[in-house]
Ligand binder design. Structure first.
Ligand SMILES: [Fe+2]
Length: 281
């Protein structure tokens, strides 16, 4: 049994939908796929991608990303209503959205719902100061495409989504635990190491000098949940910068398909071979 990681499919780009449709129908039928969010804001397209993926794998797990909860002309009252509707639709398509064992004798797979915590929301933000940034996040489309209801009893969307995660589910501690989320759990994951950056061959230029991604990257509480679940591996997406790092005993892997222009520029790398193999037993 093998487990593969993938995220940020963004199938509203025809090239990306074609990439998903081109995945082998026979290579993965005994395997598990973790999809760490951002399939599409367009619900019919998101379902189409799920219908393409589902029969190619023995099981497909999913957590939603920020793009999946964009409202645009979806007809939903708010992004939380869309979240619950999407989870239902995924389950109806045979997609797993709740914790369960990957296989008899295999590891636990625990989807972790989350959102990013912005710096004004408190200490759980992954915010890192950046010279010359636009603190209003003018170019961040979530500002226009996401709308929340009142979160009674929660400080905001991050706290609300984290409260949905059951961190006691794997209590028996007999089996390895693999968690996955769309958002980032730790600030150091946002930045290339010198070695990683050198391998890209990119010029040392910031493509978006006014945009400070750390404002919308993720939240620290996610990492607390990963560690209280005793996970050995965490898969995430969101930034479109692929990583594979061991930090304080946990392996963090990001394998985003990203946008076609990011692949052309070399900012998203390593996806030519399909989803990334992250576990085998
Ligand atoms: Fe994305």
């Amino acid at each position: 049994m093998r487990i593969f990681a993938l995220s940020d499919l963004h199938v509203d780009y025809p090239e990306n939908l074609a990439w998903v449709e081109s995945l082998s129908r026979s290579d993965y039928t005994g395997d598990v796929l973790l999809v760490a969010g951002d399939i599409s804001h367009d619900e019919p397209l998101l379902c189409r991608a799920m219908e393409v993926l589902r029969p190619r794998f023995r099981a497909v797990f999913f957590v939603s990303g920020n793009h999946d909860l964009w409202l645009r002309d979806s007809g939903y009252e708010d992004s939380l209503a869309k979240f619950y509707a999407l989870m239902e639709r995924c389950r109806a398509l045979g997609i797993e959205t709740r914790p369960q064992r990957a296989d008899e004798g295999g590891p636990w797979i625990v989807p972790l719902q989350a959102w990013y915590m912005q710096p004004h929301e408190g200490e759980g933000s992954l915010f890192v100061e950046k010279q010359g940034e636009d603190p209003e996040l003018g170019m961040w489309a979530d500002k226009r495409a996401v709308r929340w209801p009142q979160f009674d009893g929660h400080s905001g969307p991050a706290a609300y989504f984290l409260s949905l995660n059951d961190c006691d589910v794997t209590d028996d501690r007999q089996y390895p635990v693999i968690t996955f989320s769309h958002f980032l759990p730790r600030p150091e994951l946002m930045f290339w190491t010198e070695q990683e950056f050198a391998a890209t061959g990119l010029p040392p230029l910031d493509p978006q000098p006014r945009f400070n991604f750390s404002r919308v990257a993720g939240c620290r509480k996610l990492d607390e949940q990963i560690r209280s679940l005793n996970a050995c591996l965490h898969v995430y997406g969101h930034q479109h910068r692929n990583r594979d790092r061991l930090i304080e005993g946990v392996r963090y892997v990001s394998h985003c398909l990203g946008y076609p222009r990011e692949r052309e520029q070399g900012r998203v790398r390593g996806v030519e071979g399909g989803p990334l193999l992250v576990w085998q037993q």
